[in-house]
Design a protein around this ligand. Structure first.
Ligand code: ZN
Length: 125
């Protein structure tokens, strides 16, 4: 097989579990909410990768809201795209909280590398 593997196949983050992660659990401490969604494309500080078994058996602290697909859910439930969107929104909100010093009003500042390179070329000898 020549198909490239994902950059890093991630394992379940439960201690002692060696199964491949299939879901990502993200905690939003400010809202006392845990979101169990599709495996995130990259690791986050407050996200935990879980295998099938542990994602089904996960539980949140008392008083917390858990957003996750039900194992026997009817097709009318949210699609995986919806859950991914929720998880992404949650991660963005969490990122804003933890790195507010580097952002202004939550607006992401685009990288300036390309423009800077142009300026360097304009400098005369
Ligand atoms: Zn596991």
């Amino acid at each position: 097989m020549t198909r490239p593997q994902p950059r890093a196949a991630r394992l379940c983050s439960r201690v002692g579990c060696r199964h491949l992660a299939t879901k990502t659990l993200t905690y939003i401490y400010a809202d006392s909410t845990a979101v169990l969604g599709p495996l995130a494309t990259f690791s986050e500080p407050h996200a935990y990768d879980l295998c099938d078994q542990h994602s089904l058996r996960m539980s949140a602290p008392v008083g917390w809201t858990v957003i996750k697909p039900e194992p026997d859910a009817v097709p009318a439930g949210p699609s995986s795209d919806d859950l991914m969107a929720i998880a992404d929104a949650v991660r963005e909100a969490g990122a804003r909280e933890s790195s507010s010093a580097s952002e202004i009003s939550g607006i992401e500042i685009p990288p300036l590398e390309l423009g800077r390179r142009g300026h360097l070329r304009a400098i005369p000898n």
